[in-house]
Design a protein around this ligand. Structure first.
Ligand code: MSP
Length: 501
């Protein structure tokens, strides 16, 4: 079976993780867990981007050796990812010797193929972005992201013949051989490629010392974006040999924010075409977390610490709220008070309350619950439809819609309780009481499956509340989503899933 290879961008090591930047990685993790739940073999890559002028500058400011700064901050990312339950299979660092070695191999190959030449670059450079801008892209001479004046630089450097890949890229993207989603991002890239002559790319820097030296000219270091993009290959253990491509390759999906679209949709596939490597199948581009309309980030000074939020809401709830607050492909404004509202409505009053209500009704029976002889079709059909939508929406990365869908199943169950009044049935018609409670326990089991990629530990807690244990967790989705084949033992009420805040 093909391995589902999924990547999240590697993070700049000079910054600290914040909730906005954690967004890409939490989303990638939910997707990775969903595919594992389906029984697929998943390889999920994360890491840190450690070279370049910004890292050197920060190290200087903090009177640290750059490598020491990298070690310290890369560990911070790993800690944050562990707190957020990011289930990566490998954490790649661009200062790893295997990575550096592979980047050198790649550059040598491109040079051997005569795809690199020496020239002089003159341009307007933003230190924050570590890239040159065309005058048209700047706003009053300032970088549109960092709002700082771009500086005029001229330097000897080496160029990669990016321009020769324009037609090929246009064709591949137009024909969805390289899928770029959502559609507006595909159109953005097509527009860019159609309207502009693609310029060759300066792939080395003489003025940046903290980087991988070019193998044939030690006075130059490799442009940090070329170094960084190649992590997606070194991260699965590629050493640069065409006859030994790891089995994970190519990625099924690569997640990224819209600020780094061009690097991933132009430079990255062009490098792969130059190397004669298969391209990733799909790039999915998400929007920004904003605060009062402004992108959350280090330079704007409006970051929210994910670990602090996790202390308030719990990690599982934080993951849920991060992805359910607004559609993945768009920008969305967030605030602590919106998170409180969402926590209370979806989780505390919604799912948590339903679980408590059903378990306390089920506890009365003091016996186990077997599937009814005659299943109730309404219920069964409703849940089956929810599953169909659920899987489709997750394949499409519509996380917020998935959360609405799960909430609708919770609401359906609440209505079912109100309409059937099982507390009366308990006295008047014990058999019917047991059927009704069975349907509710079974629905909660399905809900535990559905929330599992978002809230892995809460999913386990629900299963434990339903008197189900490891055997349930070890099923694959295709078995787990079958209705009416599970028996439940005696139920006791247990603790509150999401305490009200
Ligand atoms: N180092 C590069 C990526 C190299 S990949 C070969 C980089 N790093 S980053 O730390 O700046 O960003 C990492 C991810 O976080 C990107 O996908 C970026 O879009 C995302 N976000 C950073 N701030 C964000 C928000 N405020 N909102 C949502 N995501 C944003 O870029």
């Amino acid at each position: 079976m093909k391995i589902f290879y999924i990547t999240t961008p590697i993070y700049y090591v000079n910054a600290r993780p914040h909730l906005g930047s954690a967004y890409t990685t939490i989303a990638a993790d939910v997707l990775a867990r969903f595919h594992r739940m389906k029984g697929e073999e998943v390889f999920f890559l994360a890491g840190t981007d450690e070279h370049g002028a910004k890292v050197a500058e920060t190290a200087l400011k903090e009177k640290m050796d750059p490598q020491e700064l990298c070690n310290q901050n890369s560990a911070k990312y790993q800690e944050a990812w562990d707190t957020l339950k990011i289930s990566y299979n490998n954490f790649i660092r661009t200062t790893d010797s295997e990575h550096k070695e592979m980047v050198i191999q790649v550059l040598k190959r491109l040079n051997d193929k005569k795809l690199i030449y020496k020239g002089v670059y003159q341009g307007l450079y933003c230190v924050g972005c570590e890239r040159y801008y065309t005058p048209k892209e700047l706003i009053n001479g300032e970088c549109p992201i960092h709002r700082k004046k771009a500086i005029s630089l001229s330097e000897d450097c080496y160029f990669f013949k990016l321009s020769i890949f324009r037609e090929k890229l246009l064709k591949l993207i137009r024909e969805d051989e390289l899928i770029i989603e959502p559609l507006e991002r595909k159109n953005e890239i097509l527009g860019f490629l159609e309207l502009n002559e693609l310029e060759d790319l300066a792939i080395s820097r003489a003025n940046v010392k903290w980087g991988i030296p070019l193998p044939w000219d030690q006075d130059q270091t490799i442009y940090v974006w070329v170094d960084a993009l190649l992590n997606y290959l070194s991260g699965i253990g590629w050493k640069g040999q065409l006859n030994k491509i790891p089995k994970q390759w190519p990625p099924e999906i690569q997640l990224l924010g819209k600020d780094i679209l061009r690097f991933h949709a132009v430079i990255w596939p062009a490098l792969l075409l130059a190397l004669k490597m298969p391209l990733p199948h799909r790039l999915y581009v998400h929007g920004f977390f904003t605060i009062n309309g402004q992108k959350m980030g280090k330079s704007a000074g409006n970051t929210i610490d994910p670990e602090e939020m996790a202390r308030v809401f719990g990690v599982d709830a934080l993951r849920w709220m991060t992805l359910s607050s607004f559609p993945f492909g768009h920008d969305g404004d967030i605030s602590q008070s919106k998170f409180y509202d969402k926590y209370n409505s979806d989780l505390s009053n919604g799912l948590g309350n339903l679980l408590r209500r059903v378990l306390s009704l089920a506890e009365k029976a003091k016996e186990d619950f077997q599937p009814p002889a005659k299943p109730e079709h309404n219920f069964h059909d409703f849940v089956e439809n929810v599953w169909q939508d659920y899987e489709h929406l997750l394949e499409e990365l519509k996380f917020a819609n998935v959360s609405t869908l799960i909430n609708s199943l919770v609401a359906f169950c609440d209505r079912y309780v109100n309409e059937n009044e099982p507390w009366k049935l308990f006295k008047d018609d014990f058999n019917q009481y047991k059927n009704v409670i069975y349907n509710l326990l079974e629905s909660l089991r399905h809900i535990a499956w559905m929330v599992r990629p978002f809230m892995p530990d809460k999913s386990d807690e629900i299963l434990r509340g339903l008197s189900l244990g490891a055997s349930e967790k070890n099923k694959t989705l295709i078995v787990g989503k079958k209705w009416g084949q599970t028996s439940f033992g005696k139920i006791s009420q247990g603790k509150i899933l999401f305490p009200r805040l």
